[in-house]
Design a protein around this ligand. Structure first.
Ligand code: ZN
Ligand code: ZN
Length: 134
């Protein structure tokens, strides 16, 4: 059996990422930083081992400390501004890719919903298989 390959890109297409195999984690996050990054009510991302991703194009990096105090590195397109992947220090061995940047038909199943205490009151993440954390 060959490993599944999924591709994601920024909106203008100059920055691209190819992910091989299955993600180690697919999660929704309701934290303030993820809301600000995505500009939405929550963010969804698939996390892959760093050795399973390959990137093309030119990325800019911006760093921000999260609520935990750990710094995260965000890689984005300088042309269209899409954040295409990010990694949380000190776990530089994984790479998170926003779900909405993947080509349609990616088939990811949601596994985790975190920071639910910050979830907007009109948001509902459904599914019995989803593990939930405040
Ligand atoms: Zn772009
Ligand atoms: Zn978050």
């Amino acid at each position: 059996m060959t490993d599944r390959i999924r591709r994601a890109a920024c909106r203008c297409g100059q920055l691209r990422i190819t992910c091989t195999g299955e993600p180690v984690r697919v999660s929704v996050c309701h934290c303030r930083n993820c809301k600000a990054r995505s500009g939405s009510a929550f963010a969804v991302q698939a996390r892959f081992p760093a050795e399973c991703v390959r990137t093309e194009g030119e990325a800019k990096m911006w760093q921000q400390a999260g609520d935990s105090g750990n710094v995260a590195d965000f890689f984005f397109c300088g042309e269209c501004g899409s954040t295409l992947w990010f990694r949380n220090r000190p776990q530089l061995d994984t790479c998170a890719v926003p779900l909405g940047n993947f080509e349609p038909g990616h088939g990811f199943d949601l596994q985790f919903s975190v920071y639910e205490e910050r979830q907007e009151p009109w948001v509902s993440i459904i599914g019995d298989a989803v593990e939930r954390y405040d």
